[in-house]
Design a binder for this molecule. Sequence first.
Ligand SMILES: Nc1ncnc2c1ncn2[C@@H]1O[C@H](COP(=O)(O)OP(=O)(O)OP(=O)(O)O)[C@@H](O)[C@H]1O
Ligand SMILES: [Mg+2]
Length: 508
Amino acid sequence: MGSEWTMLGSFTATVMIAYTVFDKFIPAHIRSYVQIYAHKLIGFLSPYIQITFPEFSGERLKHSELFTAIQTYLVETSSQGARKLKAEPANNSNSPFLLSMDDNEQITETFQGVKLWWGSHKTMLKTQSFSFYPSSDEKRFYTLTFHKRHRDIISRTYIPHVLEQGKSIKLKNRQLKLFTNSCYTGWGGYRKSKWSHLVFEHPARFETLAMEKTVKEEIIDDLLTFKNGKEYYDKIGKAWKRGYLLYGPPGTGKSTMIAAMANFMYYDVYDLELTAVKDNTQLRTLLIETTSKSIIVIEDIDCSLDLTGKRAVKKEKEKSGDVKDTIKKAEEEDSKESKVTLSGLLNCIDGIWSGCAGERIIIFTTNHVEKLDPALIRSGRMDKKIELSYCGYEAFKVLAKNYLDVDDHRLFSVVEGLLEETKITPADVAENMMPKSKSDNVETCLKKLIESLKKAKKKAEEDAEKKAEEEEEARLKEEKEKEQEQLAVEEAKSDEKAGKEVKENGFH
Ligand SMILES: Nc1ncnc2c1ncn2[C@@H]1O[C@H](COP(=O)(O)OP(=O)(O)OP(=O)(O)O)[C@@H](O)[C@H]1O
Ligand SMILES: [Mg+2]
């Protein structure tokens, strides 16, 4: 036994010395030949095939979808088979953590009677080059090993099955994200804008959205037709996109509706802040980065895109005596402000409209639809225009159900009468109906609402009276001015006549 150990020891030592000699003294090109032939020899002798799935693919080191799908698939299957597991926080509410196969671990799976092995690997790269971009030294990949006689079943059936399963598990566990673009200063003082995200957890649903039932159903129908319309869009040769314009006074539920749409469609939301985008090029980059199944939102479009800005600066320059100073100031301001233009935005929308694969919805909101450039809201860009208006009786009933959990009450008829005569936003109705203390109940909350409806009605009447008075005053003033003008004209005429007479008398 002792001599066997000695032999094994000396054999190991010989192998190590041989390896060191091979690694140190044999030139690199010969080494790589030897390695290639050694692999070939092993491949010839071994009946097994191995496929590698790296984490990153492509020239730009894009995250491989294949890798992600396999990772998700293995999380579901590997937690039973693996001995070395890794626990990571889960981003879905079903379980607080996820168990997955640890690095450099292997599991066995049987698929339609075929035995195969999945390995999870991590290697550290020896990076020597200096890069401006942060790069990860870790290289992760999965390997799939199987007998070569099963090659067909693995490549034709098993891998597509893993991908499909991985994608559908991911979709099931997916959490909606809310992306916002923020501005930061990069290298050389260049201002950049990039997306950052957090979990989107807005409670808004169409059921809790206060608006007319028919309008709501129409919107839901429109969304569903869009969601299931891939083949139709393909058939007519149109990109799978849809644009909505939501308009109405503040507090009528535009943002709430966007949240309800996102929850209904199960789409991520990209809240695009145009003022944080430096120019049209940056805007394009941001839009290209958006993913499929998403809603791109530009709120208060009339405020974020100052169409008159340039002209205003120009006018100021013209007016001012010290032209140079004003121009310099304007240029400085200009470099700080967003230079996204309407045509830039339109080009971007049309660009991503046709260029990016997958379904996307774009939503513009505004309080002043009349201010918008017709080019922005023409059909094809904005396919559907939805007005969100003041609270009607139907909308009130939805809010009453949401906030007080009542379907009917003796005070409803009073509210109905007042709502017909008053303009109040759903946000104000909601605010009034929300119980504020323990002693508040349905009755007190409805009374509070009635009280503020009465106040709003009184104020509207007073405003109307005041407006009528002002109009009357303006009318009287105008009349007086006209009279005075008339008088002046008549006076001038009589003066002219008198002058003529004097002249004529003089000639005689
Ligand atoms: N139609 C509605 N249904 C349900 N709740 C609403 C509705 N409209 C407003 N609300 C309530 O009022 C609040 C403000 O509404 P929201 O932010 O959606 O208004 P908005 O139209 O986006 O206003 P703004 O034009 O100022 O952005 C919301 O938090 C919501 O609780
Ligand atoms: Mg809003």
